[in-house]
Design a protein around this ligand. Structure first.
Ligand code: URA
Length: 233
């Protein structure tokens, strides 16, 4: 693939720095500063990437499997540390995420940052993604077909990251990860397992809900404590 095409895909993904492994050893020998290194495309906020992760990201960037590709501006693949212990899963990109190509960068994202902070983490310590990689128009609820066609991306992301804890943010993420129709009230407060990888999973409120219902923040805090205890216990 030529560099311009690759840069276009990476931009669509919100990746700002990417290194061509085939050129690394040559570039390492010759480059004296990062800007002289011809193997690096300055386009990521992704901390580390295996080739397989890159391939998956490129596949998502090109995806036309459902009608959302016609209305999206950017594919919001996910971002953060691909070796993270914590994996946060939201619903779908909103307007800002669709504009910038990164998950949880709008108002909900600010609250998610605070939740991370409460856990002693910042965004680079976690991996953050959504069930859907493309924005449903007018922020409508994701359709069942859209989820069915998109969820293999999330599944493979989890498989590659192999986190120690998945936090499902909101009813929609919880129901699709756990394959259930139970309400968030029923799902909160328990430790689940994300199958078939047997990764511990805890359900909490979506940050957008917490912005509308600040009194629920106390319960969200209890969910974070439960997750942290489950991780260290
Ligand atoms: N809401 C989500 O579920 N995900 C985002 O990325 C932004 C808002």
């Amino acid at each position: 693939m030529n560099q311009a095409r690759r840069a276009q895909y990476l931009k669509a993904l919100g990746v700002t720095r990417w290194r061509d492994r085939r050129l690394v050893s040559k570039a390492d020998k010759e480059a004296t500063t990062p800007s002289e290194d011809s193997s690096v495309i300055e386009v990521s906020r992704t901390t580390t990437c295996s080739t397989t992760f890159d391939e998956l990201a490129l596949e998502a960037a090109k995806c036309t499997r459902c009608a959302l590709h016609k209305t999206r501006n950017r594919v919001v693949f996910g971002s953060g540390n691909v070796k993270a212990s914590w994996f946060f899963v939201g619903e779908a990109p909103g307007r800002e995420e669709d504009r910038l190509g990164e998950a949880f960068v709008g108002r909900s994202g600010q609250l998610l940052n605070s939740m991370l902070f409460a856990l002693g983490l910042d965004r680079e310590d976690a991996y953050i993604a959504n069930v859907l990689k493309c924005r449903p128009p007018d922020n409508r609820d994701p359709g069942g077909e859209e989820v069915a066609t998109c969820e293999s991306f999330l599944h493979r992301q989890v498989e590659l990251v192999q986190p120690s804890m998945i936090m499902a943010l909101g009813r929609f993420a919880a129901q699709s990860l756990l394959k259930t129709t139970e309400s968030i009230g029923q799902l909160r407060g328990q430790l689940y397992s994300y199958e078939p990888f047997r990764i511990p999973l805890i359900v909490t409120y979506h940050p957008a809900y917490l912005l509308r219902s600040p009194l629920a923040k106390r319960k969200a805090w209890l969910d974070l404590v439960l997750a942290q205890r489950s991780l260290s216990g």
